[in-house]
Design a protein around this ligand. Structure first.
Ligand code: 6PG
Length: 240
């Protein structure tokens, strides 16, 4: 069952999403010694990360949370296009997260090697928190959705949509930034214990509505194919 929450105020949406992230991480930490959180890229999560750093510094045992990324652009770590750079600035530095708990994609490696390396990282981080079945189970995955219905770096028509591995190297999409990507795949995303989508941008609303309606036609959008075994919640900004 898809849960969806709509907000006409983006900062309110970010705050409520931060509250749920904190709640879900707390539940994960009650269950095991370490929790795993996969961060979303793009720009929408910026407000959420700032809300977490501002309002939940003390309500989550951050020292026991391990940070992953659902996808990363194949750019140098310091690039303004780096998803890791945005999260570092808005969340990880403000919360003083230790480097040992931050698991960035190694974009210094050749593309396919970076994907294989990250798959191994995801497996070992999830195994340390007690869950690495055939497909590692991430406690909480944050995702956005692009104007074409892509999520992470799973774009419509991409070969990555059929991948059975947990992480793959994907060619540059037809959307900015037009650089290759390393992305978690549907089998890994759908093994997650919980997935939160955060979507803003009125041009995306028709796709969101179609996905939330649950019709088979919506499956042409990669975001519609994220149907985790665990909880799935969509936070949608819908200006009045
Ligand atoms: C990326 C993201 C991508 C993003 C969507 C939405 O690397 O760009 O993983 O999937 O979440 O494109 O981006 P915005 O939040 O900027 O609209």
């Amino acid at each position: 069952m898809i849960e969806s929450l709509t907000f006409d105020d983006l900062s309110e949406m970010s705050g409520k999403a931060a509250d749920l992230v904190a709640e879900l991480l707390g539940a994960a930490l009650a269950r095991t010694a370490g929790a795993t959180l996969a961060l979303a890229g793009g720009s929408t999560p910026r407000g959420l990360y700032q809300a977490l750093a501002r309002s939940h510094r003390d309500s989550v045992r951050w020292r026991d949370v391990h940070f992953l990324w659902g996808d990363e652009r194949y750019v140098p770590a310091g690039s303004p296009d780096s998803n890791a750079r945005m999260a570092t600035e808005t969340l990880l530095v403000p919360l003083e997260i230790a480097e040992r708990a931050i698991h960035r994609v190694r974009t210094d490696l050749a593309g396919p090697d970076a994907a294989r390396d990250y798959a191994a990282t995801v497996r070992s981080v999830c195994a340390a928190s007690g869950s690495a079945e055939p497909m590692p189970r991430i406690d909480l995955v944050l995702l956005g959705m692009g104007p074409d219905g892509h999520t992470a770096s799973l774009f419509p028509g991409s070969a990555a949509l059929a991948a059975e591995e947990s992480v793959v190297f994907a060619e540059a999409p037809g959307l900015n930034p037009r650089v290759p990507r390393i992305t978690m795949t549907l089998p890994l995303l759908n093994a997650a214990r919980a997935v939160l989508f955060l979507v803003a941008g009125s041009e995306k609303l028709p796709i969101v509505r179609e996905i939330l309606s649950g019709g088979a036609q919506a499956l042409r959008y990669p975001a519609a194919r994220v149907k985790p075994e665990g909880r799935l919640v969509w936070f949608v900004h819908e200006p009045r």
